[in-house]
Design a protein around this ligand. Sequence first.
Ligand code: ADP
Length: 261
Amino acid sequence: MCNDKSIIKIKGLTYRYEKEPVLEDIELSIHEGTFLGIVGPNGSGKSTLLKLILGLLKVQQGEIKLFGDDQSQFKQWERIGFVSQKANSFNTGFPATVFEVVKSGLTKKIGLFHRMNKKQQQKVYEAIESVGLTPFINRNIGELSGGQQQRVFIARALVSDPKLLVLDEPTVGVDASHVQSFYQILEHLNKNLGITLVLVTHDIGAMTEKVNEVVYLNKRIWFHGNAKEFGELQTNGVSSFVSLEPFMFNQAQSILQHRGT
Ligand code: ADP
């Protein structure tokens, strides 16, 4: 379709580290404005899929299009922000303030030793504000909680004005009591700033209340639908991932048939 608003379009993607594929025949379109959660058990290929999307692994079979361009030709990487799982294991003794860490997200643009211009400085302030950390702007990052640190890394990814933000297991290391407010911030970025979000997690609890689409991945995509449908599958007595896959597959089929798609 010509006016297809897909930010990411994946077709027939299969990936192998060794002989056995870890991703098989993935077909996935992610539209502008979506808040998508990709869930699946450990080892199900979630990080591999992200690495392929971000160009950290080379596509072996199938294709990935980013903003309409073939991924191998894609050059506008500043349109995609990435917050990795590793952000959580940040050395808490590192002597940098929230402002400095967020500013470092502009390094590519301004170089290590150049001064920021007014507009860039404003961007840093805005990014910090958008994750609710303005009161902590001069605080050393090591003095913040896991959840606050993770918000700093989101702000760092936001300074280059991405249209798409990809987050790998962002709630690992976030205190359970702060997970909800963390998701509220993501919801704000999506709803009020119009940023498309792709979130990868093995924790399907709080996530399903905030995202509007869910993909359940385990080597293949077993389910792709809205969060409400996914929630219904869960409340229909599905308790473990082991029983989930064939069950979800059947449910997904019947939902799709019911919709007439
Ligand atoms: P997830 O993010 O869902 O936990 P991964 O994408 O990390 O899953 O891993 C998917 C599968 O690929 C797992 O079986 C994992 O052991 C394997 N794998 C991941 N990275 C490598 C690698 N560099 N070399 C070989 N196998 C790998």
